[in-house]
Design a binder for this molecule. Structure first.
Ligand code: KIV
Length: 272
């Protein structure tokens, strides 16, 4: 799958699906589940590296995790999901040449087929134009942009008509600059619907309602593994509770005389 295939999906009304992965194991699960796109999101700073925000993750850490995700994919290359990797904070805000070098570094040394970056300030739009001219597919990201947490917090964005109009202009700027798709995070559903209609490129929503060309979710949230769930991303599984319970039972069993550590079944009489 290539970035350019996604426009065809939008035109034919096929919903685009994207899930995050942060290592080989999560990538293999996401691939097996059948996602169109695997996003190596900079949310891995929180999910995998234990940071409080996405800001601390470095370019080299993003590369390391993207390489692990690529190694976790096992389908034949033509059947593999598209891998998109996030450009981390300050890897694309400090000049065009540095942005091209950062994006090129990720694509050169991993299987990623494109990068994602946040915002639509004039400097960011220039970066997108340059990357696209250099042959690097770019996914935009508007609405709640976690790299701007110190300015915007994690609040729903574009709630009033003025900020909605601004976001519509920004989205059109990203399309003109050459983005092949964009993530729209935590904005009103009606606005997402307008953008989906106005833009030729796919709008992939998270916390933006059903009226999008596709949906993305942070896999650890969906599986209920993260200690704190974002309000717009409910868990589909009590993964953390189930996992802790399974581990607790196994540990308890091993403390019993004659326990078999290889059996998948709890011994008779166990309350696990
Ligand atoms: O980093 C990430 O996981 C993301 C998704 C929330 C879209 O950008």
């Amino acid at each position: 799958m290539r970035a350019s295939d996604l426009i065809r999906f939008k035109q034919s009304g096929r919903t685009i699906t994207m899930l995050t992965a942060w290592d080989a194991l999560s990538a293999s699960v996401v691939e097996e589940a059948g996602a169109d796109i695997v996003l190596v999101g900079d949310s891995l700073a929180m999910v995998s590296l234990g940071h409080a925000t996405t800001l601390p993750v470095t370019l080299e850490q993003m590369l390391l995790h993207t390489q692990a995700v690529c190694r976790g994919l096992s389908k034949p290359p033509s059947e593999q999901p598209l891998v998109i990797t996030d450009l981390p904070f300050l890897s694309y805000q400090c000049g065009l040449d540095r942005a091209v070098a950062a994006a090129g570094h990720l694509l050169k040394h991993s299987c990623a087929g494109g990068v994602k970056l946040e915002g639509a300030e004039p400097e960011v739009v220039q970066v997108i134009e340059r990357l696209v001219r250099m042959g690097i597919p770019v996914m935009g990201h508007l609405g709640l942009t976690p790299q701007s947490v110190h300015q915007l917090g994690y609040r729903r964005q574009a709630k009033d008509p003025v900020s909605q109009e601004r976001l519509r202009l920004q989205a059109s700027e990203l399309e003109k600059a050459g983005c092949f798709a964009m993530v729209l995070e935590h904005v009103p559903e009606a606005l997402a619907g307008h953008l989906r209609r106005d833009l030729a490129i796919p709008v992939i929503g998270i916390g933006a309602g059903q009226n999008c060309d596709g949906q993305v979710s942070v896999t650890a949230d969906l599986l209920g593994l993260t200690p704190r769930q974002p309000p717009f991303s409910p868990a589909r599984l009590e993964g953390r509770t189930l996992g802790i319970e399974a581990l607790r039972c196994w540990l308890e069993e091993q403390r019993q005389p004659g326990a078999d550590p290889t059996t998948a079944q709890p011994p008779p009489g166990s309350d696990c």
